[in-house]
Design a protein around this ligand. Sequence first.
Ligand code: NAP
Length: 479
Amino acid sequence: MRVDSGQLYIDGAFREAADGRRAEVVNPATGDAMGSMAQGGAVDARAAVDAATRAFAAWAATPAPERAAVLRKAADLILQRRDAIAALMTREQGKPLRESAGEVTMTADYFQWNAEEARRIYGDIIPASTRAKRLLVLRQPVGVTAAITPWNFPASMIGRKLAPALAAGCTAVLKPAPATPLVACAILQCLHDAGLPAGVANLVAGPAEPIGEVFLTDARVRKISFTGSTAVGKMLLGRAAEQMKKVSLELGGHAPFLVFPDADLDQAVEGVVSSRYRNAGQTCICANRLYVHEDIAATFSQRLAARVQSLRVGRGDDPSVDVGPLIGAAAVERVRAQVEDGLARGGRLLCGGEPLPGPGYFFQPTVIADLPPDALLRNQETFGPLLGLWSFRDEAEAIALANDTPYGLAAYLYTRDLGRAVRVSEALEYGIVGVNDPVPATVQAPFGGVKESGMGREGGYEGLLGFLETKFVSLAVPS
Ligand code: NAP
């Protein structure tokens, strides 16, 4: 398989779509086509579900150490091919090469960690109330699963879904985002080369609706695991109810970042920069709202603005670049609209504020202070290199401001006061809290949101549990 010419992967073979359609894949740093991808539809999705259904019984019955061996081999291959996959990711998605390499490593980690965990899917024996019974609890794979992934983490989101699904003994059909199908092909190629049996993992790229419709209406698909926007997540949840499918939803966020006066301010500035401007701000857990204690707000905002202005924007394949392009023209437009709205409502521009001339889809790293509560930036997920800054008076106000959103994915606080770290972490209505830590996501910990940021957890043992059903067996034992 050529990396710039992706094919669907169904029943253990790379192939063109049933109707032969293909679409260009665009490099967001140049706006030019960098490759093309086969475009599957309902026929291909159905063929993939057929293959996943045929493969399920044998894969579920495969001893866990054998399943684990395939996943470990896949992890090794992903690492061996890290540089090539990272270069492809940078061309396809835009993020700086070192971020791409880090993401590929994390993808391998998902396969490695779940391979280890596959051997520890234990059941329970419950003490019965009578001598004449034994009560057993079995954990069994849920069946055929569908995975729908976004473009912002085109490899690690696949690792986070496919690795636990396959470790649990499920089979899977993946629909990657249309902007980043080629990285998905590269990961599936590693699974193929690792000896994954035909049909256990399948890839159907193409328009969302016909493929999603097969996932939603084919009763053989027992679970849908989705990472993407809250709007699409709500639609999937409603429709999945028709067949009572299991659903896990990793949705949008609007993360608050609280800086208390006792924080190490240098660390806090670096933390904000890492959280907000990594991946050009296109990270579901990145800081969207920065709240700084009023005593340090003036100093902090000056230091932050200077640091943000020093970030180098450009093509991700230039090693000196900190911030790459946005995924496309619509993303630039969304950031520009939030900036214009904020300035029109009296916001104070601390730095940036403009798109950069093409080719490619670039926006200056931007900070705006003192926006009113109804500003777009205060309420809508930005998904770009733009941050809002406000001040707060005390801990209670900081918590209230942080929780004042329908989202609940990730929140951050910087403080050196241990008591405050505990109190505030406990009070934040979020699925993930980073205390003096701007990058809390890791393969062995549960990742996910509360409120409109989703349901279910991925990563860690809880991620694996999401692909397992609990079965109770009551065994009468004649005396
Ligand atoms: P999106 O528009 O919701 O798309 C995500 C995926 O869903 C894409 O593959 C998309 O395909 C597909 N999709 C859209 N409509 C569908 C339908 N009717 N049936 C089946 N699939 C459908 O989100 P995005 O803009 O690509 O990604 C950014 C969003 O993801 C942000 O909100 C971000 O916060 C969130 N995100 C969350 C996490 C997390 O773990 N919580 C992680 C990363 C990103 P098409 O593009 O073809 O429509």
